[in-house]
Design a protein around this ligand. Sequence first.
Ligand code: BDP
Length: 695
Amino acid sequence: EDGYDLWLRHRLVADRSMLAHYRAAIDHVVVLGNHPVLRSAGEELARGLSGLLGRAIPVRNEVGKGAVVVGVNVLSPESLARLGPEGFMVKRLDGPERVVISSAGEQGALYGAFRFLQHLQRQLPLNQVDMADRPASPLRMINHWDNLNRSVERGYAGKSIFVWDELPELRERYVDYARVLASVGINHTVVNNVNASAEFLRSERLPGLAALAGVLRSWGVRLWVSANYASPITLTKDQADPITVADPLDPRVQQWWQDKIEEIYRIIPDFGGFLVKANSEGQPGPLDYGRTHAEGANMLADRLAPHDGRLVWRSFVHEGFDDWAEHQYRVFHPLDGQFHENAVVQTKNGPIDFQVREPVNPLFGGLPRTNQLIELQVTQEYTGHSTHLCYLVPEWKTILDFPTYTGTGSWPTVSDVVTGAAYGQENVGFAGVGNLGDDRDWTGYQLGAANLHGFARLAWDPTATADEVVTEWIELTFGCDRRVGSVLKAIMLQSWQVYESYTSPLGMGYLTYPLGAHFAPAPTTTQNLSHHTTAEGTGFDRTEATGSGYTGLYAQHWQDVYGSLERCPDELLLFMHWVPYTHQLHSGKTVIQHIYDSHFDGYERVLEFQRAWSRLKGQVDASRHGDIAATFDDHVVEAERWRDTIVAYFFGWSRILSTGPGWLQLAFPSGRLLFGGVPNSLDLEITNANSAEQS
Ligand code: BDP
């Protein structure tokens, strides 16, 4: 048990009566058709069922009693057509007794096969197996930030899975990678970093990418590449007559892309398209030539369109404005309606950069005539790498359920926008910055895989609750033991807010060194970027009345809520407002007391996680139990570091020791008031905090 199987863990069913029930009902697999995706479905069923039932379940040609049949249009074609080529039905039929998994398309049949296996992994009775399901959003995509040297930007799970220089030679693991994606309905993958090397498009590299695409194709996943916008310059520089610009309106540039795209489609006929990060963090782009993002995107989109390719263009741009949070909206909102049909704008969930808490990016309400993908960060760049447990599904739910109020009533929510429910678009969906690497457990720590699973499940069905999603993941990964399930579920579901509480409560935002690893606390380095902390108070005034004006980018409803000190929710207060330390929250506490308390409480909760997990010793296999226990040990150390640094930082500025009951304020040489009172336990801890920071 080293975690390699992730949620595709097809071990012998533990419940004996359920095992007997399955064994009596399942005997063989029948694949109707010869399509590679159907063959994958058949292979997966045979392998998975053999593991679960502890006996060989072969693939046969004839349907007999106990068959698990998979194929296209095997059940009522009208019902299947309604579910679309990626939707599926699973039904138990008689005469002979069999289970039928079917869809209007091969891909749906594959998804149905995985879902059937999951049903058995969860030890559910076969009389509950009848299902009909379809994905909510068309594009369900993983973004790898993998480089040619196999380093992974913001990756915490070893090197890239892809051994670029060895391709087109294929590794076994690529098949397992494709299975992992398909098992939760991911249908597109961008294999290289958005900070893209033009080398990925060099002709010599394409056969390697084609080989990889071939593996993915059998599992219904399309391969994409992140394209560097200056590729025509980089890749022609050794020619006699090199191209020296990347201007999208330059005919030579256009012709270069046209030829490149045709070259790609000749060997990868189902190539997904390009993902582009342009004019962001030093990347080249159309703005270098006085063109807009839409002009830049459309030039590529038009050339991909005849091949059924798409162009995804990121809206993550932040240079040049005083308030980073506003920049994306100010640049992209005026372009609404200008992007062509197969161009998609990919927008990060919040206006800054994947912080533990941010308001919803106002662009989700601000681009009704543009196809949008929501970009969520599965890899825990700002949320603890592979050391802090931080299960992100509860956070993503708050984002997806956010009502924009840009239509009528509170409509549409973010998930309505990215599923196409709001504006009927088809090129919309989800992009997750992945957390996969070549570590044996794939995601660097055992519990990190839950974020990948959760991302994919929400992309499939954003109405699923965090409780449902995590329960499914736990049962598929650790089995169905009730005690293990309830302890782990409680830990997982609290972990995001706990992480927030000992790092950056009240929407404070970015408190790690901006140019570094984004792991350890460094609040002094983000002064002015994310907070304006002084001796009197903290926060960032983003109101229209007195601040940057960011709150004005939302629909009236949110302008009123966020703009008002009274109505702004506590968890975003310091994102929207600058307040004195003694400002009273809705909870009744002062801001400074909340900062202190939440850091101490959060740390205590991590200790509780550690203790609760250690009590499960003997109930989870020893190797994974030990592995996770070791991660919690590190987690405790890091949580303490955050607590002490942030508490010391705010104490250092405010010089307010405590404003709670029996409160005490101390005078320091800067000459503030001294009141008497009963000190609480904070003062001792603060002594430690100061010495910790100094050391
Ligand atoms: C930031 C990361 C950086 C990425 C950038 C992006 O720190 O490594 O390149 O986002 O999304 O979060 O482009």
